[in-house]
Design a protein around this ligand. Structure first.
Ligand code: CA
Length: 355
């Protein structure tokens, strides 16, 4: 649900660019003002989409036209959703250092302390360990510190009507954001919320756990029992909703996320082992037959495993055997680097709590 590392790196690059652009403007006597982007009310296909959406969902046509019509193109957003250039090196060590770091650990310790009873209740009711929930909310928003400042309606309209055609899966991704825009407006209608109010990431993800509108509609729960779902202000609602999301994506109570592996260079069939990517496919015995011995409790693991490769730039990659629960973490954000950062941040905070 969050930007992948690459996108984060892009974002950093983008801010650096805007800083240098600002610096350049200081040398001009009359810096040119950038005109605001036009409203989507001026775009026929956006208004057609609004009419169709209103019909499909049984929403008030004028309300939907106003909602989308008053949205504006976010000029910087389309390039943020482009994948990194081919051949960009992936670096687990650098990725980890960004998320498993002292500030996030310190804020995470406090979050866990403040919400210990709620986290324990979520673990008991959903079977999802507190450290996984704490890891997710930490990686996503540093416990609510960075929930995103874009108007969700602008972000979703931009990605619905101005998705970059250069993206290799542009049609599929544009359709995804159009469905999210539809879900968002349905949610706004149902909760009586002004659709121009909610703020979120450049991709339209909202709240402590950065839920996309479809995930909010499907998995969000009122876990503090006040009769409404608030994933921005209620830590309890966010905690319960993250746990419920995991259950909805196949989390298995009590199963570890991964085990260490050891290679036998003489029999290793690395290409075969990596072919299913992170989809759990192999038994411990079939992994061993292909030269990867699953260590510890993993030797007797009951269920499929995946060989997860984490590249370390120019250095040798790291490998683990990921279980179905590792795969479940990647349903939050489709990246094994992301999943491992969530797991290791939660684990580090749990270790410090135990001290
Ligand atoms: Ca609530």
């Amino acid at each position: 649900m969050t930007p992948s590392t690459a996108k984060i790196i892009f974002l950093i690059a983008a801010s650096a660019l805007s800083i240098s652009a600002t610096a350049k403007n200081h040398h001009k006597k009359h810096p040119a003002k950038t005109a605001p982007a036009p409203l989507y009310a001026q775009r026929a296909e956006a208004m057609q989409f609004a009419d169709d959406l209103a019909g499909r969902r049984g929403l008030d046509r004028e309300w939907v036209r106003q909602a989308i019509g008053q949205a504006r193109l976010l000029r910087e957003v389309p390039r943020l959703v482009l994948p990194p250039p081919k051949g960009s090196p992936k670096n687990w060590a650098a990725y980890r250092a960004r998320f498993v770091e002292p500030v996030r650990i310190r804020v995470g310790l406090r979050f866990w302390q403040d919400n210990a009873a709620t986290l324990a209740r979520a673990e008991a009711e959903y079977g999802v360990p507190a450290e996984i929930i704490v890891g997710i909310i930490g990686v996503e928003t540093i416990y609510g510190q960075h929930m995103g400042g874009y108007r969700v309606i602008d972000a979703l309209s931009t990605l619905s009507f101005d998705f970059p055609p250069a993206h290799p899966r542009a049609a599929e991704r544009r359709a995804f954001f159009q469905r999210e825009l539809e879900q968002f407006l349905t949610l706004m209608d149902r909760t009586g919320t002004d659709p121009h109010q909610p703020r979120g990431s450049y991709a339209g993800a909202m709240g402590l756990g950065q839920f996309m509108p479809s995930s909010w509609a499907r998995y969000a729960v009122d876990f503090d029992g006040d009769g409404r779902i608030d994933l921005n202000q209620s830590a309890a609602d966010a905690i319960g909703s993250v746990a419920n999301y995991f259950v909805g994506h196949g989390w298995k109570t009590g199963m570890p996320t991964h085990y260490p592996v050891q290679f036998d260079a003489a029999t290793l069939q690395l290409d075969d082992l990596l072919a299913p990517d992170i989809l759990p496919t192999f038994s411990p015995a079939s992994m061993a037959a292909k030269g990867a011995q699953v260590l510890g409790d993993g030797a007797t693991h009951n269920g499929p495993l995946a060989l997860v490769e984490l590249q370390n730039g120019g250095a040798a990659p790291s490998y683990v055997a990921g279980t179905e629960n590792f795969y479940a973490v990647t349903r939050y954000n489709w990246s094994s680097y992301y999943a491992m950062a969530v797991i290791e941040l939660g684990r580090e905070i749990a270790a410090q709590r135990a001290q």
